[in-house]
Design a protein around this ligand. Structure first.
Ligand SMILES: [Zn+2]
Length: 563
């Protein structure tokens, strides 16, 4: 019996030459293979390759065209990359995903270049809305206006008598309310500034101008009706589609909180095209701690376990906390965030969260805010002992020279957004002067000191497109074109380093370096095919490079239309 069986088998093998390879290797047929590619793996074990194979949601082989073709079968999809560059999918370490989704369908004020244009866009948008419906989002930037003066409610009141408006500056640290919104929120001349917030007032009348900074924004946020579940689902879908079109396969959502349920629904519908690390607000750390969840809990698609806090505001809103006063506002050093009150509250929270095994992630912009948070982390580490906790500082924007080595020494991840450097770089020196600016977005110094960098955008504060961020990190050319050789050029880094921070670094920042971040056998099949070789072209051209195809979890989630 056995001999007969063997005979048949050998005959079958001889009939098909292709099957002979199957005789000495276990039968392995790829679902998807990509050939003729310029693969930059970010994996030191094999930095470059021509082709790769995917089975299910995993990369199974990275090799030459010849070797990979052997893994093809009748049902294998073959993608010819035409020599184009393939990178690991980008992992944006800091986004506000839902606001991004809502922004995609809200009024766009980002590139309104004058107060008039700002007001007209709100007028036109309000005209299309049902009466009483709020206008939020916007992402305006008064720093691009001729006199850089803050807008006031009078600018838009005439166009929006029945439409409450609360549109934020692109950094989210202040927003403009119209008179109707202030009325609904009950904000008047008598309302006191809250801790960590400022109601900007007319110097003569003391009347609120409509600008609410940081914690003062919550007066209005409290009265804005929650969008419906369906509206949220639509926003999340829009955000995920947008990410896929830009080669972003993972995001770390700094303001996810209870939106996990939205993402879960999208995932169940098979519509989630982005892996999400859903981070909770640090002040509610005990809610998450009580569930027993530990850092990086969940599936490769949707995870939680991180907590995001705030130490201060932003440079653009003059609320980033510094050791020295602002040059253009000498009466202020910036303000600590509301979470820093009362004294000791932040330390207690970080302690609690850390003991519960959760990951702590804190926003710090000014040099004093960074020092305070580094010291808080050091204190917790001293008391609770060494463990793999991966504390993070978000932005790490302005650092004193002596604080830079503390990141590597304390193993604190610097989660930074290169686009902010070329954006804030237009006017940062008028706020803090040249000397202090030298250690602003100090990518080079941080890397040289041995720190781990994780890159992202802070979308919607900056555009989600990784090409813009990489271009910014490498050139440091400010958006106004005034620094063609780079603003603080000694802090430039290489394309390789920028891509590493955007893939390997950000994977590490969410405890996922064994699952993603490089193109290696066994890792999740997340990758992007680009229209240009960003390692070879003029760095100034990187921002023009487009995504040809995005693969996430082994699926093609975006494909550019061929001309
Ligand atoms: Zn942010």
């Amino acid at each position: 019996m056995k001999k007969v069986y063997l005979f048949i088998l050998v005959s079958l093998l001889l009939m098909s030459t292709n099957s002979i390879t199957h005789a000495d290797k276990p039968p392995l047929t790829a679902d998807l293979i990509i050939i003729n590619a310029n693969i930059h793996t970010m994996d030191a074990a094999r930095p470059a390759a021509q082709a790769l194979a995917i089975i299910g949601n995993r990369i199974v082989a990275v090799d030459s065209n010849g070797e990979i073709k052997k893994l093809g079968g009748a049902n294998t999809r073959v993608v010819d990359a035409n020599g184009q560059l393939i990178l690991p999918g980008f992992n944006d370490a800091h986004v506000h995903f839902m606001s991004g989704g809502f922004q995609l369908s809200s009024v766009d004020l980002r590139d309104a270049n004058t107060p008039q244009e700002f007001a007209e866009r709100i007028r036109d948008f309000a005209a299309k809305l049902p009466k009483g419906r709020w206008i939020t989002g916007g992402d305006w930037d008064h720093e691009r206006w001729p006199d850089a003066k803050l807008p006031t409610k009078e600018l838009i009141d005439q166009y929006t008598p029945n439409t409450p408006v609360f549109v934020n500056r692109l950094d989210g640290h202040m927003a403009l309310a119209n008179s109707l919104a202030l009325k609904l929120a009950g904000v008047t001349r008598e309302t006191k500034d809250p801790d960590g917030g400022v109601i900007v007032r007319d110097p003569k009348t003391r009347e609120p101008t409509g600008i609410l900074k940081d914690a003062a924004q919550s007066f209005v946020w409290k009265v804005i009706p929650e969008p419906s579940f369906e509206e949220k689902l639509a926003a999340a879908r829009a955000a995920s589609n947008h990410a896929a079109s830009l080669g972003v396969t993972s995001v770390q959502d700094m303001s996810a909180g209870a939106d996990v349920g939205i993402y879960q629904t999208l995932l169940n519908h098979g519509e989630l095209k982005t892996r999400i690390y859903a981070v909770w607000p640090l002040p509610s750390w005990d809610h998450l701690a009580r569930t027993g969840v530990r850092a990086h809990f969940g599936s490769p698609m949707l995870r939680t376990g991180g907590l995001k806090g705030f130490a201060d505001g932003s440079l653009g809103s003059t609320t980033a906390l510094f050791f020295d006063p602002y040059l253009d506002a000498p009466n202020t050093y910036g303000i600590p965030s509301g979470e820093m009150f009362p004294a000791g509250a932040m330390l207690e929270r970080v302690h609690g969260a850390d003991r519960a095994g959760l990951q702590v992630i804190i926003h710090a912009i000014g040099d004093k805010a960074n020092d305070l948070i580094l010291s808080t982390y050091e204190q917790v580490e001293r008391q609770d002992g060494d463990r793999d906790r991966r504390f993070r500082i978000e932005h790490a924007q302005h650092l004193r020279l002596q604080d830079i080595p503390r990141f590597a020494r304390d193993k604190v991840i610097a989660s930074m957004q290169p686009y902010h450097a070329i954006d804030d770089g237009r006017w940062a020196e008028k706020r803090i002067g040249h000397e202090r600016a030298k250690t602003t977005y100090a990518f080079r110094s941080l890397l040289d000191s041995g720190a781990t960098l994780a890159f992202g955008t802070d979308w919607t504060v900056a555009p989600l497109n990784p090409m813009l961020s990489i271009c910014a990190a490498v050139t440091r050319r400010t958006l106004d074109g005034k620094n063609p050789n780079g603003w603080i050029p000694e802090q430039k880094i290489s394309v390789e380093e920028a891509v590493r921070a955007y893939t390997v670094g950000s994977a590490y920042a969410e405890f996922q370096e064994n699952e993603k971040g490089t193109i290696s056998p066994g890792k999740l099949a997340d990758l992007v095919i680009l229209s240009g070789d960003i390692f070879k072209i003029d760095p100034n051209e990187i921002e023009k490079v487009k995504v040809v195809m995005t693969i996430m979890d082994g699926r093609v989630v975006y494909e550019a239309r061929r001309e």
